[in-house]
Design a binder for this molecule. Sequence first.
Ligand SMILES: C[S@@+](CC[C@H](N)C(=O)[O-])C[C@H]1O[C@@H](n2cnc3c(N)ncnc32)[C@H](O)[C@@H]1O
Length: 268
Amino acid sequence: MSSAPSLRLSPAPQQGTREYADVDRAQLPPDVAGAGASIGAEQADATTSSPTASAVDAYLNSKILHPSFGADESLARGLQRADEEGLPRIAVSPQQGQFLSVLAKSIGAERILEIGTLGGYSTSFLAKALPPHGRIDTLELEPKHAKVAQANFLDSDLYPFPQIIIGPALQSLKKLSQPEEGAYDLVFIDANKDQILEYFLEALRLTRTGGVIVVDNAIRQGKIILENNTNEDINVSGLRKLYDWVEKDQGKTVLMSAIQTVGGKSWE
Ligand SMILES: C[S@@+](CC[C@H](N)C(=O)[O-])C[C@H]1O[C@@H](n2cnc3c(N)ncnc32)[C@H](O)[C@@H]1O
């Protein structure tokens, strides 16, 4: 995707206000790319003759991470905490996280559901996009991951505070009803890949008409086009079932767009 969606926030930025202009990047955490750096992004190198996707990610991180979103120091601390606790480095990138914030804000999301919490990095981007009366529920299999996420949410002082539901996501989803306040506006699916279609169908049940369901890792280095993928590390069968389902749906239920992205996290 070569577009760069951005969202006009209110109030309008004025010259010299801390909100946008004059953010002193020196005050930000060391390479807030940071977040990016800890998940393998290269430094942006202005002298390189052959830019890489990772270097471009690092450059973008240095330019467009918002002080209250991607450049929030507590998010970088959260990634560090996850590292120290031995969690795998498989969180969304800072750019992807901030994209989730843009998306949630642009649809005026008030209720968000996430499948796959890990250390709560993406959860935090989503929670930060909610109004104070909003709600975010996040499903996680591993109690250890949930514990780290909980610590990170406290450190970031998130409000609304995410509710973590521990257990196999499909079981949790089956027990979940649409929130009393109304159906979810946005669902982010980012857990085990073999059950993506099941998660998607549950998400459809729990989402309002016009709501948005985001499925991460939709391309898997292009392996989705391989019918007989033998690489067990990159499970594409769940994704292929999802795309087959959308094909059969013939546009009756969903309007889907799949975006091939590159960046510090490769071709996803
Ligand atoms: C890619 S990570 C989530 C990353 C997170 N969304 C982020 O970007 O910060 C996937 C998470 O899903 C969890 N998971 C795996 N299988 C699961 C299952 N059956 N039910 C719930 N969570 C599961 C893993 O423990 C892991 O924490």
